[in-house]
Design a protein around this ligand. Structure first.
Ligand SMILES: [Zn+2]
Length: 108
C-alpha cells in the first residue's frame, strides 16, 4: 500500500532524493520504492521522533553508494515474508557488500 500524499510530501529519501514510499509490515515503517531505504514515520521509538531512518549510518551510506552505482533497490524494511523480488534484491546487495564493504558483514 502506498502512503498518503500528505505523509509523502513530508518525507524525501536521504539516499536517492525521491518521495515515493510504501508501508512495510511493521507499524509506521515505510521504505523507499526507488532505493529501499527505510523510515519510521508514525511512532516515537527510544526518544526518536518520526520521521527517522531505521538503519545505522554505515548501512545508509552503503545503500546510497550501492544505489548510485547500480540503480538497484534493496528493500530494507521489516516484512513478514519475502514479497516479489525481495530475495533477489537482498542477494544482489549482500554480494555487492562482500566486495565493496566486507567490514559491514561482521556486525550485521
Ligand atoms: Zn530512496
Amino acid at each position: 500500500m502506498t502512503i498518503s500524499k500528505k505523509q509523502r510530501t513530508k518525507l524525501k529519501c536521504e539516499v536517492c532524493g525521491q518521495s515515493y514510499f510504501s508501508w512495510t509490515d511493521l507499524n509506521g515503517e515505510v521504505d523507499c520504492q526507488n532505493c529501499g531505504m527505510t523510515y519510521q514515520i508514525l511512532r516515537e521509538i527510544d526518544g526518536r521522533k518520526p520521521p527517522f531512518t531505521t538503519l545505522k549510518t554505515e548501512w545508509i551510506n552503503a545503500l546510497r553508494e550501492y544505489h548510485n552505482e547500480t540503480k538497484n533497490r534493496c528493500r530494507m524494511g521489516h516484512y513478514l515474508g519475502a514479497y516479489g523480488g525481495m530475495v533477489e534484491e537482498q542477494n544482489s546487495f549482500l554480494k555487492w557488500i562482500d566486495t565493496h564493504h566486507p567490514e559491514l558483514k561482521r556486525d550485521n
